[in-house]
Design a binder for this molecule. Structure first.
Ligand SMILES: [Zn+2]
Length: 425
């Protein structure tokens, strides 16, 4: 028997035959990229600036046009929900972020948001009412460039940090996150994190070279690397570069240099999944004829297994102690961030893989080297991600690029993963 409501929600296209509109998706990406566009073809749209407001306004307008109800929480996270047949059911969310790095690209973040918008538009075109509601989330300050921490909005949502902590963060000009959020009109009234999420799927460019190198279109993301971040200060003694014999020096930069080698050697010992990077160093007094008395530096490790990260941590501490002893230096090594490896939900991972198979797209399972909003969402809801290739694996750069057909394919995988979870007519 067919009830009247089922008749009105009958799709015009059988659900497995539904496809997103790749041209419309591309056009939305290019339109959003106009806001904060840089001369080299990238985007500079830092979190909670007027450009961020303009980007949010544009996307919210599109989401409203697609019939979604908009709600904004106290962290400025935006939730756009399309009704389902059962509106008491938890929402199947997709999404990402619209803020960028200072010299960022057009796709990191906007792709996940606009692929979600495209899913809603496609459901409308096909006149499909899903059983569960389907929503698009836009998370505040994912990049962590203007304000730390990174993934601030999704972290508050997942209760990794409190809203008060987030709102109190200040940028280099002393402006607080809370004031910046109010000044762009996005300090919403909805409570943070009190929202039933049935599942979360995030589409994103890979930001690495693996899919392109293996000629695969879809990355079925099974989790994200764990991370350990360190601050390290080497202290020796400033001295004149001429009169001071080599054997009596306390050269802090030699300690730092040995540490750079140690970080890289440790990561290589845990190949192929280990990563080790020193990306920051400050030399004092930084004068060419003075032996450096102090060097502050960063270090970080990433690996998919927490036990291995713990081993890398021990190796780093041993190396620091040995270097300090050999070079007669003091070493103050502090761990500042420990993010455990994320393991996404097996059902959500399977939904993504089945969608890729059904669409006949080449795919492989992959672990994300970067953290994403999905990493925090995975702590409170079943989660997975969909990666598509980006040119030469380059991201966080104005030359970041991706092929329209890959973006279209990823959005189609997103559509069918969402449909499988939300229940099509
Ligand atoms: Zn991103």
């Amino acid at each position: 028997m067919t009830s009247p409501s089922e008749t009105t929600s009958r799709p015009t296209v059988w659900s497995s035959a539904m496809r997103i509109d790749g041209t419309r998706l591309w056009q939305s990406l290019m339109d959003l990229a106009q806001i904060g566009a840089t001369p080299k073809g990238g985007v500079r749209r830092l979190a909670l600036t007027d450009l961020d407001r303009q980007g949010r306004d544009l996307v919210i307008g599109w989401l409203r046009d697609a019939g979604a109800a908009i709600d904004i929480d106290g962290a400025g996270n935006i939730f756009a929900v399309r009704r389902g047949r059962d509106d008491t059911a938890a929402v199947v969310y997709t999404g990402s972020h619209v803020d960028s790095q200072p010299s960022g690209g057009k796709f990191d973040g906007p792709y996940g948001v606009l692929a979600g918008l495209e899913v809603l538009r496609t459901l409308n075109d096909a006149r499909v009412t899903t059983r569960k509601p389907v929503g698009v989330a836009i998370w505040t300050n994912e990049e962590g460039t203007r304000f730390i921490p990174t993934m601030g909005g999704s972290g508050a949502f997942a209760k990794v940090h409190t809203l008060d902590y987030l709102l109190a963060q200040r940028d280099i000009d002393g402006v607080s996150f809370g004031d910046a959020l109010r000044s762009i009109g996005y300090a919403g009234s909805a409570p943070v994190g009190e929202r039933a999420v049935d599942a979360y799927f995030e589409a994103h460019i890979e930001q690495g070279p693996i899919l392109e190198a293996e000629d695969k279109v879809i990355g079925v993301v099974t989790g994200a690397l764990g991370q350990r971040w360190y601050d390290c200060v080497w202290t020796g003694q400033d001295a004149h570069a001429g009169p001071t014999p080599m054997e009596t020096r306390h050269d802090a930069l030699r300690g730092a240099a040995a540490m750079v080698n140690a970080v890289n050697a440790i990561a290589l010992r845990h190949a192929p999944d280990g990563r080790g990077t020193v990306g920051f160093m400050q030399v004092k007094p930084n004068s060419r004829n003075v032996i450096p008395g102090q060097v502050a530096m960063s270090a970080e490790f990433r690996h998919p297994h927490d036990e291995t990260l713990a081993a890398m941590d021990r190796e780093l501490r041993d190396a620091a102690a040995t270097i300090a002893r050999d070079l007669r230096l003091e070493c103050d090594l502090k761990q500042v961030i420990a993010l455990p490896a994320s393991h996404f939900n097996p059902d959500c991972i399977d939904s993504v893989q089945r969608a890729a198979e059904m669409l006949g797209l080449s795919h492989r399972r992959i672990v994300s080297g970067a953290a994403h909003d999905a990493v925090y969402l995975s702590r409170v809801a079943p989660t997975s991600m969909i990666f598509v290739p980006c040119k030469d694996g380059i991201s966080h750069n104005e030359i970041e690029d991706a092929r329209p057909e890959h973006l279209e394919a990823g959005a189609n995988v997103l559509l069918h993963a969402v449909l499988a979870r939300a229940g099509a007519a």
